[in-house]
Design a protein around this ligand. Structure first.
Ligand code: ZN
Ligand code: ZN
Length: 143
């Protein structure tokens, strides 16, 4: 994943929509794109606080909302556990979720789109989105 390219793409999209890109906002988006752990809002906030101590949690929420409205981030809702975000791959893709530590890992299943397309074709259903999670124990929690 070329995170620099991904970040530039997002910044282009947002500024193209007339959004103001403050250094704080850019730092938040950068932190999200750099983090491959599907961070929560709180984790992004903690990360940002180190360089921008005056940042509020509301600013992080607002920036994520902006990314959501532009279709540049994928939100994975986990009920009471809160949401996790993928700023690297904003489109639906399968995830492996650890039931013990809460790790969310991308699954690189190559034929996944083919699988979805086949399901769509057979059902006659017009798919608007999908969510595919596999639950289990991550390698660290298994030991
Ligand atoms: Zn785990
Ligand atoms: Zn993901």
């Amino acid at each position: 994943m070329d995170t620099k390219k991904r970040l530039n793409h997002i910044l282009e999209v947002l500024s193209g929509q007339g959004n103001r890109l403050t250094p704080q906002r850019i730092a938040i988006i950068s932190a999200i794109v750099e983090d491959d752990s599907h961070p929560s809002v709180e984790k992004v906030y903690a990360e940002i606080k180190r360089d921008f101590p005056t940042t509020s949690l509301a600013t992080v929420y607002k920036t994520i909302k902006l990314l959501k409205d532009s279709g540049e981030i994928l939100e994975l809702e986990f009920g009471d556990e809160g949401s996790r975000f993928d700023g690297r791959k904003p489109y639906p893709h399968p995830h492996l979720v650890c039931t013990q530590c809460g790790a969310v890992i991308d699954s690189d299943m190559e034929n996944f789109d083919e699988f979805i397309n086949k399901m769509t074709a057979e059902s006659g259903f017009k798919i608007q989105g999908h969510r595919f999670d596999i639950y289990g124990l991550c390698p660290a929690c298994r030991n």
